[in-house]
Design a protein around this ligand. Structure first.
Ligand SMILES: Cc1cc2nc3c(=O)[nH]c(=O)nc-3n(C[C@H](O)[C@H](O)[C@H](O)COP(=O)(O)O)c2cc1C
Length: 354
């Protein structure tokens, strides 16, 4: 299908709706049932703790990235530009929002060509899997080249589309297009969900299709069926999906360790402790979207800096207190799970056979 005529208005409304956490948060966040192990005998200097990572040829300051949000229109542009500058200063990767609108409004290209503000960091462009089918890999690849990004994220968002009366309905061909695009591009292809997660079986399938990295974007945070339900005043339908999806930790706990170096986790990660837990479970990086949006719209750029400063401190504190000097030590058997989560995970593994 084509681009909705009111796409810019929708994006503005999405931001407004997402600012009200209680309205749009999925009721399915299991991070609180993961605990890190306390180590009273950590025998090293706090200053030795190293949270730096390396990805796509860049050294980044912590294993966190700002997940794709908006772009285009006055609001989106200011927001994107500020966030890219902040990310560059902080040395963390950032994904831009979907560039779908550029096929209808090419004049907005300036809002998406932000590499000049992102010299220090990997910058990701973003497009829906359905648009890869719709526009074809050559047009998509040409656009990616113009945007001068370091990697491309292809998002899967069927829940959101089906809840939108003007949304996409035809998802035929997405797997083939993902496979073709991954073979065609010279930059890494990341595939992500947008808040309902990716099962262990689909993780394997995506890697088989040639995808380089997967961002699980699981349930537990922003629920896009609820967002669209609020926008269209159709909560009767949307609220049926308030606990839909797969929390990223279920997939992390079910896949082979060998895959985890290419797995990002996101969806409902809001605090430094959430980030520490996701890393302990083996994720390469943790993506944060709504928490950054709310900080920015509440109190501007300073609030985003404060948020990341808190992330750094909590991550380092939890590393010290669990006896981990490096991220690889944090990833080495530093968590335990509540009996409730263990039971849920058993059921998950039984029914979502990898
Ligand atoms: C205002 C807003 C706009 C978003 N736009 C996009 C987008 O254009 N492309 C995309 O892949 N994900 C988009 N997302 C989804 C996020 O990247 C993320 O996957 C999801 O919100 C779950 O993370 P969270 O719980 O930290 O919000 C958007 C999220 C928000 C809050």
């Amino acid at each position: 299908m084509g681009i909705e005529p009111n796409i810019l208005e929708n994006k503005k409304r999405h931001i407004e709706i997402c600012l009200n956490k209680n309205d749009v948060k999925s009721s399915c966040n299991f991070l609180k049932f993961v605990k890190l192990k306390h180590n009273a005998l950590s025998d090293f200097n706090f200053s030795e703790i190293n949270i730096k990572e390396e990805i796509f040829g860049y050294n980044i300051s912590m294993p966190v990235f700002i997940s794709s949000m908006t772009g285009g229109g006055k609001e989106g542009n200011d927001f994107n530009k500020s966030l890219v500058r902040i990310a560059n200063y902080l040395k963390i990767p950032i994904g831009l929002g979907s560039f779908k609108l550029l096929f209808k409004y090419p004049e907005y290209i300036r809002d998406f060509t932000l590499k000049r503000y992102a010299h220090n960091i990997p910058l990701f462009a973003n497009i829906g899997a359905v648009q890869v089918v719709e526009f074809g890999i050559f047009k998509i690849a040409e656009m990616i080249k113009r945007l001068e990004v370091d990697a491309i994220i292809v998002h899967l968002n069927a829940g959101q589309e089906l809840m939108n009366v003007n949304g996409d309905r035809n998802f035929k061909g997405i797997k083939e297009s993902i496979a073709k695009l991954s073979g065609f591009l010279s930059i890494p292809l990341i595939v992500k969900e947008t808040g309902f997660g990716i099962s262990p079986k689909d993780v394997k399938e995506l890697f088989r299709l040639g995808v380089s990295y997967i961002d699980l974007a699981g349930s537990g945070g922003t629920n896009w069926v609820l967002v669209e339900g609020i926008r269209s005043n159709n909560l009767n339908i949307a609220s049926c999906f308030s606990d839909w999806g797969i929390p990223s930790i279920f997939t992390l706990l079910s896949i082979d360790d060998s895959l985890k170096a290419n797995i990002f986790a996101s969806g409902g990660y809001e605090t430094g402790m959430d980030i520490a837990k996701g890393i302990a479970l083996g994720a390469k990086l943790i993506g944060v979207a709504a928490a950054v949006l709310r900080a920015f719209y509440d109190s501007g750029e300073d609030a985003v800096f404060n948020l990341f400063s808190d992330y750094e401190h909590v991550l380092k504190m939890s590393m010290f207190l669990s006896g981990s000097k490096s991220l690889s030590e944090l990833r080495d058997n530093k968590y335990f799970l509540s009996s409730y989560l263990l039971a849920e995970l058993g059921v998950f593994k039984q029914f979502y056979e990898a």
